[in-house]
Design a protein around this ligand. Sequence first.
Ligand SMILES: [Zn+2]
Ligand SMILES: [Zn+2]
Length: 313
Amino acid sequence: MQGIRLCQGQWWVSDTLEVATPGPDETLVSVRFAGICGTDLALAAGYYAFDGIPGHEFVGVAETGPLQGRRVVADINLSCGRCDVCLSGQTKHCPSRQVLGIKQAAGVFAEQVCIPTANLFEVPDGLSDELAVLAEPVAAALEVLAEMPKPIPESATVIGAGRLGLLAAHVLAAAGCKVKLLVRNQTRALHVQNRDIEIVTHIKPSSESWVVDCSGSVSGLNAALAALSPRGTLVLKSTLQEAVGIDFSPVMVKELTVQGSRCGKLDQALIWLASGHLTEPEMVSFGFSDIERALAAALDPRFFKVLLRPNRV
Ligand SMILES: [Zn+2]
Ligand SMILES: [Zn+2]
């Protein structure tokens, strides 16, 4: 089958990838669209040693198993389901977990992929492929809300208008929070669809109680720590490739709380997307064989999301 391999930081298009065979608890899924995410670019830059088929954001059709014929998305954490951590409900922290297209598991930048059936979620009929492919990053954005007290804070600041930052801002605004979104590149501001999101280019020091860092950069994280008021909370969503030059002194001086946050719940993400909180954002799709153009587009601020698809579609 056709797909993409990542090998020592190099992207390769291949027509001779081995067709996956589902195990007893797995479903064979034909990929319709796969999203390129910052994590994929970070993998290529050496964030994790990963050789194989990358990709973890997708919408596809189940070819086997109980969801056969249905459109599906997946929870990317492939946990053992048996250890103490899993049995306590913290499956995303399973010490022996694999992560789809990120850690020890073949990903979705291929025509077909095998995924544990328990990880699959059926896409509601009314939801387009182009929105369903956002289920994984929306789930990660919804996890920000899960970290907050209820009722949620009246206002929050999101640092970074990459895909995750934009989604986090939309999720918070849809929940009734007044959001400031710190944007470095004004083109990114064009992707904001919610009038309750205020675009800002700087933030007053020590002025914010809740800051969500989605910048993926050391400067963004330093800006987040500087923006927080005493006893404020930083929700950390950034994946930093090189964490050099971070000034952690505000954490101690201002007695800040730092709350790490990673993946969220796919079923809730599908409900959120189906509720119409996001209308079709600016996307572009490329066949797998066009990976070079796709990677270039992934760095272009005009696109909210860059998708890959099997060339036959
Ligand atoms: Zn991702
Ligand atoms: Zn486990």
